[in-house]
Design a protein around this ligand. Structure first.
Ligand SMILES: [Zn+2]
Length: 142
């Protein structure tokens, strides 16, 4: 994949989302957690979507979750992904509650709903580390 074109797809790092990116750089998935009700949320937001409290902290989470849904993308939607088609877009429900859209590394051909997955951290994207997932119990080759 062309790193330069991939870079254009990455969200801007802002003061609000920097703890997330700093966590990934340290191989840790960090999410905002509401001080009032304990709800984890992703992506970052100023207030809790559950109770509207503006008080929160960043906490490391397990990185474990389950595959909720997925699609194998054959169409050329982003030129940055031209060389890697078809690629897998995975919708993962984290054990802590929030859902994230990512991909699976070393994805098996046959996928099933609720497949247990865990976070893996892939560095080297414009000096950033990217969150991906692997099937639990299956070590990626990277
Ligand atoms: Zn809350």
């Amino acid at each position: 994949m062309n790193a330069e074109s991939y870079e254009r797809l990455l969200p801007e790092i802002t003061p609000a989302n920097r703890p997330y990116w700093d966590g990934l750089a340290e191989n840790e998935l960090r999410l905002q957690c509401c001080d009032a009700c304990g709800e984890y949320r992703f992506p970052d937001s100023e207030v809790c979507p559950r109770c509207l409290s503006g008080s929160f902290g960043w906490r490391a989470v397990s990185g474990k979750g389950r595959l909720w849904s997925w699609i194998r993308m054959h169409q050329r939607y982003f030129s940055a992904f031209e060389e890697v088609r078809p690629y897998l877009v995975a919708y993962v429900k984290l054990d802590e509650g929030p859902a994230v859209i990512s991909t699976l590394v070393e994805a098996p051909e046959e996928l099933v709903p609720d497949l247990p997955v865990r976070a893996v951290f892939e560095p080297g994207f414009s000096e950033r580390t990217i969150l991906k997932f692997a099937v639990q119990g299956q070590e990626p080759l990277t």
